[in-house]
Design a protein around this ligand. Sequence first.
Ligand SMILES: [Zn+2]
Length: 310
Amino acid sequence: MVTKVTGRVSARIPRILEKKFMRKILIALAMAVLCTSPGWTQAKLSVHWEELTAAEFRSAIELSKGTCLLPFGILEKHGPHLPLGTDLLKVRYEVLHAAEQEYAIVFPEYYFGQILEARHEPGTVAYSSHLQLELLQETTDEMARNGCKKIIIVNGHGGNENLLPFFAQSQLEQPHDYVVYVMGLVAPPPGGPPKKTSTDMHAGESETSKMLIATPNLVHIDRANQESGADQARLSLPDTLYTGIWWYARFPNHYSGDGSAATRERGEFEMKAWQDAIVTAIRAVKADQESLKLQNEFFEKAKHPLDTRP
Ligand SMILES: [Zn+2]
């Protein structure tokens, strides 16, 4: 009996060893192929600024060709069913996934934007307008001082849509050795799973669908009808006029639309389109050799405008 057992075990040992040996050789071969392929450095470096070591950061700047992303969110109420950080969570999900496809360094959580119109709702963090601009300027200055000569601010919040082009324009106020590119909110292309609602500007069908992809565990879809997201249309002014209270006049609950209409399918469609657009933007910025050159030329001419001739 004992002999029989020993016999079986001893017969099995060489085969097991052989298998282990072969597996080791295969792993070593795979590692050798990976390490020599150009994709290896990219796969090894994190896209998160805060996860890189100082030495890795130097390589990351090289690999990204100085291209860095600043996903810009906000903290504000999002209807009765979505988290306060919805815009930050959504834009970071998209930017991080895009940067993994086309390498770029992603700046940590940034939510110091324009949201004065939601100061009446709990959990809103609304910095003063001068601080929004100063903090953003110092942030991009610091990014550039560290080698981010091409900065793409990717917006995730409607209230920043006026602030960011103004910020980009204000970069011409004085010379910079870097370029700020602003990527505004991306409207989904036509098609995709059909939508059920027409009023849908904030925490509605579209945004809730996208959150079902970004952070489904934070979506409380059963609470989406606890408040009304209807347009209350309390102002009647011509479209040619803009006034700061317009949003509150239409959507005092800081909710526009009906989040209960959301679906994962619609979310997948819209999130993919947005992510693809970010990848396209990163590639275009990496390839852009003109903006900085033109900026330098402009700043030089701006020193003596009387010498500027057509
Ligand atoms: Zn939002």
